[in-house]
Design a protein around this ligand. Sequence first.
Ligand SMILES: [Zn+2]
Length: 109
Amino acid sequence: MALGIRKNDVVTVISGRDKGKRGRVLTVDPKKGTVLVENCNFVKKHTRPIPQKNIKGGILEKESPLQLCKVRLFCGDCQKPSSVAVRLTEEGKRQRVCKNCGASLTKGA
Ligand SMILES: [Zn+2]
């Protein structure tokens, strides 16, 4: 996945129930093609109480993974979900840039 979304990127959800939400990427699963985004795509899970483990039963809300095609990197420069282009820097490093405004999306670059 060349234009991959990485951990700690800020992404915007572009389709589905949480459309328009923004959050930080917690984990990426390249095999499944999914990302887990902070505060997005909550699902309710019913849990049983397990007194031995001090787990209370009830409804637990938890993030669930989103398909990569449902999220876009968020560009802080143009304040929009961005398409990613990859550019080679002068040092020959791959750098992710925003297709809208050309800003670098790679942290620390
Ligand atoms: Zn931009």
